[in-house]
Design a binder for this molecule. Sequence first.
Ligand code: G3H
Length: 538
Amino acid sequence: MQKLDTIFTQHQQISPDVYPQPFPYIQNKYLINGELREWNGNFQDVHSPIFIKTDKGLDNFIGRYPMLGEKEAVEALDAAVNAYQHGNGEWPSMTVSQRIACMRKFVLKMTEQRTPIVNLLMWEIGKTQKDAEKEFDRTVDYINDTIEALKNLDRDCSRFTFSQNILAQIRRAPLGVVLCMGPFNYPLNETFTTLIPAILMGNCIIFKPPKKGVLLHAPLLQAFQESFPKGVVNTLYGDGEVIITPLMTSGKIDVFAFIGSSRVADIIKSEHPKLHRLKSVLGLEAKNPAIILKDADLESTVKECVSGALSFNGQRCTALKIIFVHESIVSQFLELINKEVENLQIGLPWEARTQITPLPEDGKATYLTGLIDDATEKGAKVINENGGKHYESLFFPAILYPVNKEMRVYHEEQFGPIIPIVSFKDIEEPLNYVVESKYGQQASIFGNDSKEIARLIDVLVNQVCRVNINSQCQRGPDDFPFTGRKDSAEATLSVSDALRVFSIRTLVAAKNNPANTNIIHKILKEDQSSFLNTDFIL
Ligand code: G3H
């Protein structure tokens, strides 16, 4: 392992190509009601997980963004409410084809901003260049796939249904004003997996970026402004208590789309005066286990577990956060995983071989060290030589063994580079862990005996929402349903599910008699309604 205090470097050693431009990046604009307004109030300094060595010591100031207040929050809300206009605004009244045309314009403009966004992803949250590029490209693909899914959905709705002498046209209609809040680990992708389908379905949105990963949205403000009618997309930056509370307490938010912790989700939800009116779309914590059976192919299993536990330093809700290994193979497993982890390259995001990068959350190294100290006091050991070594935001991954239920790391979602390993004799031990866990997102089984795997599948599918065989947990491909049970999620997201989540089935129905069919014929023939029509999108 490279000595941690030699990783951060001087300004001159860093290629200008990977810097945000300008540097520091001062964002002084925000988008409300179709206007890119200039901000003259207080700003929040942005500190990067990446430090630069200077004559005066380490420096990590990379920019600032506006700290908007309650007044701007209310203006954003009014803009979205007016744009929606009880469903009669320009945007919700548009045909699906017209909305798709606006989204296509947006995605073209977004593509032009790839480099600035990728660079800001590296500097704001420490994602490797390769993963930052993947996040951007995956998001563009997600938008294009969502457009195609909406076309299909609309085609299915472009005909009439007859039942019990009633004819009807059933479509999906928007829900109203949507508040979208994404997480720091996928600030672009996960925010857009709710924001894009919400917009496409005809809703008007207010969007607040996560605390870390704010500036990277600035290059898109103009694209939003130029692609959608005023008030359809509004952005807010600042302290949640100041800007989110007035939105929720107004009772005018119809959908709350949030990816983050259940603690924060519960606080925000509870501020809404009419909970039954609020639809929530939540992606929350998880503690996905890997269960390694005695006949697993150890080499490939170890590789998959390391990647599952440590991609983006373990800062993924889908990461493998605890590993149960059958006692008969545990020493072999430990030997192999030790080697694999010690070979990981810790470094700066743009360096080609880097796998582990600086952590963006304040105080994260202290939190992780606390988990390690607690576990070692209760009998676990850090198996790998460099495990838990840290310097500023750099933290080398630690393998902890043997972990048991007395330790915090057995229960808490570490969301960082720690791999807790538990050895088991009886398969009921990991299964009980899953049943007793607060979370229920995914699990991975590694083994070769189809009979044993089949039995585990049948138990686990009623505890979590995705069971992975000989592969790590993950969200993708994005057309697969992504959800969780218990404290892990509310609602299901995927390219097509998200379109359903942000809309409601609505129909126009009439008794099938000559008078009614005449009216309907006339509406269709003269193209009098956006909703009631049989246009087929090509
Ligand atoms: O943080 C949770 C993300 O949804 C994980 O997505 O499995 O594609 O990394 P991923």
